[in-house]
Design a protein around this ligand. Structure first.
Ligand SMILES: NC(=O)c1ccc[n+]([C@@H]2O[C@H](COP(=O)([O-])OP(=O)(O)OC[C@H]3O[C@@H](n4cnc5c(N)ncnc54)[C@H](O)[C@@H]3O)[C@@H](O)[C@H]2O)c1
Length: 256
């Protein structure tokens, strides 16, 4: 048997990263560009999207910034039309747009407008991203989509009912979508990270951080690079026989 070994083949691929302005999305956009992908960096924060794209270009990569808000389907459709023009083919999409919503409230205390806001971004927004991406992929008979769920969607985080519900729904959404496009050359998967160290967490007290890592067998947070590396592989041609699945990234916390 001959087994080919090569670096994950994202070189030459056209990738749209939604939520590329900071955190995991920024790290993923930069990593993909470093590995030779052409990347359209989309975010509701236009300046942040441009900043990520400029950093990628400064490192010698090919990248463009684009403003879109996943709660506004027309703006996402425009982003994909622009992406197809820049990239010539949208091979892959990584969707990192997400918000936690209010923290520390029990369900009876949560305001419905706040709940709806989290649903509009985390869940409806993820559907909008899939809806806008798939027609371009069907045309070519090829595509990779990765959404970011969370350990909160598997286990439920108290005080985060909207976040936990939407992340559980993403896990269900990719199961359905994976089967819908399984014969079209398009895979749709999710990543479920436990806590990942982003700039936001640098501002939190040490006790809070310890509380977060206590349930993780590796006793540490994940890094944005670790998340980016898995996402980059999930949207590469190498990840070819898995769809509708939620990959774990939890330092051993979730073994299912
Ligand atoms: N950081 C963690 O510990 C962690 C753990 C599990 C899952 N996640 C998930 O990973 C994803 C990225 O998280 P992060 O920590 O990097 O967060 P982040 O806040 O650093 O990045 C999210 C990005 O999405 C953008 N965004 C938010 N709402 C948007 C909208 N309506 N339209 C377009 N862009 C929008 C933001 O401007 C921001 O640039 C989120 O879905 C989050 O729920 C994060």
């Amino acid at each position: 048997m001959r087994v080919e070994t090569s670096a994950p083949a994202v070189a030459g691929q056209g990738v749209v990263v939604v939520g590329a302005g900071s955190g995991i999305g920024e790290a993923c956009a930069l990593l993909l560009a470093r590995r030779g992908a052409s990347v359209v960096c989309v975010d509701r924060d236009a300046a942040a999207a441009d900043r990520t794209a400029s950093s990628a270009v400064a490192e010698g990569g090919r990248a463009w910034g684009w403003h879109a808000d996943v709660t506004d389907a027309a703006s996402v459709a425009e982003a994909f039309a622009a992406a197809e023009e820049h990239l010539r083919q949208v091979h892959a999409v990584v969707n990192c747009a997400g918000v936690t919503g209010p923290l520390g409230l029990r369900s009876h205390e949560v305001s419905l407008p706040d709940f709806d806001h989290v649903v509009a971004i985390n869940l409806r927004g993820a559907l909008v991203v899939t809806q806008c991406a798939v027609p371009y992929m069907l045309k070519h008979g090829y595509g990779r989509i990765a959404h970011v769920a969370s350990i909160a969607g598997k286990e439920g985080n108290p005080g985060m009912v909207a976040y936990s519900s939407t992340k559980a729904a993403i896990i269900g959404m990719v199961k359905a979508q994976g089967k819908e496009y399984a014969e079209d050359g398009i895979t749709i998967n999710a990543l479920a990270p436990a806590v990942i160290r982003t700039a936001f967490l640098d501002t939190q007290p040490e006790e809070t951080l310890r509380y977060m890592t206590d349930k993780i067998p590796m006793r540490r947070m994940g890094s944005v690079l670790e998340a980016a590396q898995m996402l980059a592989w999930m949207v590469s041609p190498e990840c070819s026989f898995t769809t509708g699945f939620t990959f774990d990234l939890s330092g051993g916390r979730a073994t299912y």
